[in-house]
Ligand binder design. Sequence first.
Ligand code: AMP
Length: 129
Amino acid sequence: MPIDATLPYDSGNIFARILRGEIPAKTVYEDEHALAFHDIAPQAPAHILVIPKGAYVSWDDFSARASDTEIAGFVRAVGHVARAAGMVKPGYRLLANTGPAGGQEVPHLHVHIFAGRLLGPMLAQRGEP
Ligand code: AMP
């Protein structure tokens, strides 16, 4: 179910639980600001999620409330993960779903990194899911 990105942060969300080590994730990178792990239901040959360590519901919340240091750290982590995975030359796609129209399901900011094939049109055509 898509979430309302204007609601307060829910510390019981699945990515908060991954950050606390309560449930496992296939981690590919971790630093002071970010954690990156494989998506549990990959939609491309490579599908990695990068999340900030701070408690931010969405891109909107993060861009409004995070410190410059957190924002710089997170953006650099996303770039590092893609570079380290060899995605730069073939190319990759970033996606941050936000709120119901964006189809956001987990209420902790996450950037999807997709790669490994030609990714096709930027958005599904009307009528497609
Ligand atoms: P979104 O629709 O942008 O909120 O994307 C949420 C993503 O989280 C989906 O691609 C899910 O497959 C992924 N996901 C949900 N639970 C887990 C989990 N425990 N570990 C890794 N990825 C997950």
